[in-house]
Design a protein around this ligand. Structure first.
Ligand SMILES: [Zn+2]
Length: 173
């Protein structure tokens, strides 16, 4: 009988190399990141919002996979799921200050006015992955913006009180 664990609070990344263990994360605008190390094999599920992008939660997850399982970035395939796009995600100066020194900032952020930027989180995460050695053609991006597509997705930015989308990944036994 399969068992389902209770949600693990205060955690933005899960990794495993155990077949039959499925990892799930919930998001509504933040980037759901699913990682498959095809060689080991091993997997990760990561929730990356602006705090996670600033803190490097995705690089931290790959680093944990490397130390725990011997994962090499070059053998990883990654999917970035639906998230708020640069079209809709405006950030202010306090948020920008946490990130503007990052290598990916010029590529992911577009100034739109004094103290205002539009930020594309998936561009930021993709840049982090490529900088770690994940081949660019191993990173697949679901292009939809959660805030634009009210017909398809929950969006915290758009609706405030809202549901969450789940993303999950597992290794078959
Ligand atoms: Zn949008």
């Amino acid at each position: 009988m399969p068992s389902v664990s209770a949600p693990i609070p205060g955690v933005d990344a899960l990794v495993t190399a155990d077949p039959g263990v499925w990892l799930a994360i919930y998001a509504a605008d933040c980037v759901p990141v699913l990682v498959l190390d095809t060689a080991t094999p091993a997997i990760a599920a990561v929730h990356a919002g602006w705090r996670g992008a600033a803190a490097g939660v995705v690089p931290a997850a790959l680093d944990r996979m490397r130390t725990a399982f011997g994962t090499a970035a070059a053998q990883c395939r990654v999917v970035l799921g639906p998230a708020i796009g640069g079209c809709c995600y405006e950030v202010d100066a306090p948020v920008a200050r946490a990130m503007e020194g990052a290598a990916w900032w010029p590529e992911a952020a577009r100034p739109t006015g004094p103290g205002r930027w539009h930020l594309d989180l998936r561009t930021a995460v993709r840049r982090q992955l490529v900088d770690l050695g994940v081949p660019a053609d191993h990173v697949s991006i679901v292009p939809h913006c959660t805030a634009c597509r009210a017909d398809l997705f929950f969006s915290y930015r758009r609706d405030g009180v809202t549901g969450r989308m789940g993303a999950c990944i597992g290794l078959r036994r």
